[in-house]
Design a binder for this molecule. Sequence first.
Ligand SMILES: [Zn+2]
Length: 285
Amino acid sequence: MTDGWFAVRAYGSGVHLISEPGHVNSYLVVGDERALLFDTGLGIGNIDDAVRGITDLPVVVVNSHHHFDHRGGNQHVAATEFLSHSSGVDLYGEIPSAELTDYVAAAKRMFETYSRFRELDKVKFFLTPDDLTMRPIPDLGAWSIPATPPTRVLDHGDVIDLGGRSLVALHTPGHVPDSLCLWEEDTGFLFCGDTLLTTTYWAHLPDSDVAVFAASLSALAELPVTKAFVGHNLVADVDRAFVRRVADAFAQLAAGQVVGETVDGPHGVPVRRTEGDGFAILSRM
Ligand SMILES: [Zn+2]
């Protein structure tokens, strides 16, 4: 039972956030002839229904990277093409059920904490958005994420034409080697996946690389961004100044100019945590 799982926010200019609030953010960009779905979320609930509530046009899916929380819904989308960066083409296999069980347990703990936080927020602070409220985890007995190999690969600079508008694929490795962003020059919109976040950056993974991440963000900070759309959580869009702050923080971390503090990482392994203004970075010890 996943009715109401998604929250949709229209940004104008044919851009829609399709959020699984508190989890992951996917985006639909509607052109004259095709629509582009950037990421498909967890696969909890049917994101195709949310897409079809917005447009009847043919849909092309672009995955920002192979992690299951960004491509779990590929299984549900009737897309003409599934595109991802060429370096991730072999990484779209079936997700072991234990990983999903772990995710559900963590999400249930998060929901309990969020609910207390939200209650307090509505009394006093009013920081949480009313259109992106975290949903309770539904009964997920049937949740699975099968293999969904890309049908075509993208490389840096490839253009996706939607009719009347086009987006450019930017290879932005760092979180993982196959991370992609999409850039629309005409609007100044940047779609970021896990390359730009208003939360904790996972740059501590075995295939993460802080120096490479810093280089990717430095390039993004040079773009004349009007809005950058991020891959997770309740603050979904940021401005160019935010991109610059994140790029500078990663550059300092890569150069060894900041050390951060040692904390327990998401998988029980100690990591370094470096605080930023509106974000934090986890990196390896
Ligand atoms: Zn990721």
